[in-house]
Design a protein around this ligand. Structure first.
Ligand code: NAD
Length: 491
């Protein structure tokens, strides 16, 4: 039996025996497209090999939807919208969504293992965050389905129609839940395109939707790459686009939709500042920093990737942070002890490596622990950069990996200016013992989500979304209903 040794911050060595999660993820050897309630082969006969990023070995093979398949899916969604779903009373729609939530809850372990095998994230993340939050989203929006008449006083909410939804690879099932649940609750039908590297849990969700006996065509799932996403965005039969992904693709979508009647929401990239004041509880802040950027390999749009530390505590904080990083366990995503899993793809690993190289070239100082990395698969060590200037690429661009830049500040005003000085505005964090300071600082930060004395906490009742180049529109909570309805005044 192999063991993992880590040095604790007290200098003691701890040894962990492997504790693998053994639930069967029930991944088929091949998946077809899910259109009109059935799994069907793609018109052009193309399949993509999906890898397990922890080994770089094939996990399954997934059909690639082409333009003809998108057309089929949109037409199926239109039929389902007009004949069944938009006419169904909200309380009946709600029952279907509750059923999806319950089935997913029953199979949570199986879905968690599938998510970790396909995405590379530690089982602790998929088991404790991705799957429970996905379930919670379906439960939450199921509850709205029969209450829409009370959600918008003085107005009647009508569904928008057929929704094209495009999602990224970092939270595959959760992003599908964020998109599908509010769309169904408000009476819309859906064509969802998962990311090219992580379609497995969306397709398992399709199986579960079949089991829940959802009317055919209400949800269609069409995996594929960029051309598939572009065909969905540009299809004239789609009434609304909901996109989560990079700012570059979000800008392309905005241009593609300019002048059309389509509604759209964009959830894009981020470069969150995590601001630590001298009066913060330092040990808690260290844990918060680790949670904000290193768990989940930094594959989080709202990750606290820029640390801003007040000068008086910078030295002690960086020392404690390095001690804590040395104890992090990197390796098998299915091991319950693992803190940092695999990088999602070779392409993403290349991007991290190239941005880290730019940091070195531009003069920032790099620190990494000398922990061993698995030989196969895609891996990256947790990385700190000090001596970072605001103009460095690593301080401006989204790295989307376990890489933290550290800058210091003297006054709250300086921290606020630095925090706001990127094109993004998705999330930020503030750590201080003083409640008044929290309010004073957070009022001036231009970010859609701000955490105080914690980080990366989510709840389906709370809206999520960004300012500036981090996107437009909100998902989650009552706000998350708005993009999926047209409001007509009743008074
Ligand atoms: P990406 O933009 O490359 O891809 C996202 C999705 O868009 C994928 O399904 C992809 O196939 C598809 N796509 C690519 N080109 C397209 C096109 N021209 N037309 C239509 N679809 C297209 O992003 P990614 O690398 O998969 O994901 C990482 C990004 O997602 C990061 O920037 C991250 O910050 C962002 N993200 C944001 C949020 C949020 O809520 N704001 C949440 C998760 C991830």
């Amino acid at each position: 039996m192999s063991t993992t040794s880590v040095a604790s911050s007290t200098g003691l060595n701890w040894t962990y025996a492997p504790a693998p999660e053994t639930a069967d993820p029930k991944i088929r050897s091949r998946y077809e497209l899910f259109i009109d309630g059935r799994f069907v082969p793609p018109a052009e006969g193309q399949y993509r090999t999906i890898l397990n990023p922890a080994t770089a070995e094939p996990l399954t093979e997934v059909a690639e939807a082409g333009a003809a398949d998108i057309d089929r899916a949109v037409k199926a969604a239109r039929r389902a919208y007009e004949k069944v779903w938009s006419r169904m009373p909200g309380r009946e729609r709600g029952k279907y969504i509750y059923r999806i939530a319950r089935l997913l809850q029953e199979r949570a372990r199986e879905f968690a293992v599938a998510e970790s095998k396909n995405g590379g994230k530690p089982i602790r993340e998929s088991r404790d965050t991705d799957i429970p939050l996905s379930v919670a989203h379906f439960f939450y929006y199921a509850g709205w389905a029969d209450k829409l008449n009370y959600a918008f006083p003085g107005a009647r909410a009508r569904p928008v129609g057929v929704c094209g939804q495009v999602i990224p690879w970092n939270f595959p099932l959760l992003m599908a839940a964020w998109k599908i649940a509010p769309a169904l609750a408000t009476g819309n039908t859906v064509v969802l395109k998962p990311a090219e590297t992580t379609p497995v849990t969306s397709l398992k969700l399709a199986e579960l939707i079949q089991e829940a006996d959802l009317p055919p065509g209400v949800v269609n799932i069409v995996p594929g790459g960029r051309p598939t996403g572009a065909a969905l965005v540009q299809h004239p039969g789609v009434d609304k686009i909901a996109f989560t992904g990079s700012t570059a693709v979000g800008k392309w979508i905005m241009k593609a939709l300019a002048g059309t009647r389509k509604k759209y929401t964009l959830e894009l990239g981020g470069k969150a500042a995590n601001i630590i004041f001298e009066d913060a509880a330092i040990d808690q802040a260290v844990e918060g920093i680790i949670n904000a950027i290193f768990f989940n390999q930094g594959h989080v749009c709202c990750a606290g990737s820029r640390l801003l530390v007040q000068e008086g505590v910078a030295e002690i904080l960086i020392t404690k942070l390095k001690q804590r990083i040395r104890t992090l366990i990197i390796g098998d995503p299915l091991d319950k002890n693992t803190d940092i899993g695999a990088i999602n793809s070779r392409e993403q690993l290349n991007r991290i490596e190239s941005l880290v190289a730019s940091g070195r070239e531009e003069g920032a100082e790099i620190w990494q622990p000398d922990c061993p990395l698995p030989e196969k698969g895609f891996w990256y060590r947790p990385t700190l950069f000090t001596n970072v200037s605001q103009a460095h690429r690593i301080a401006q661009e989204e790295i989307f990996g376990p890489v933290l830049t550290i800058q210091t500040f003297r006054t709250p005003e300086e921290a606020i200016e630095r925090a706001n000085n990127t094109p993004y505005g998705l999330s930020d964090g503030v750590w201080t013992d003083k409640g008044a300071k929290i309010f004073k600082v957070t009022r001036q930060l231009r970010a859609g989500v701000i955490w105080a004395n914690t980080f990366n906490k989510f709840d389906p009742t709370s809206p999520f979304g960004g300012y500036k180049e981090s996107g437009m529109g909100r998902e989650g909570g009552w706000h998350g209903l708005l993009p999926y309805v047209e409001l007509e005044e009743t008074a």
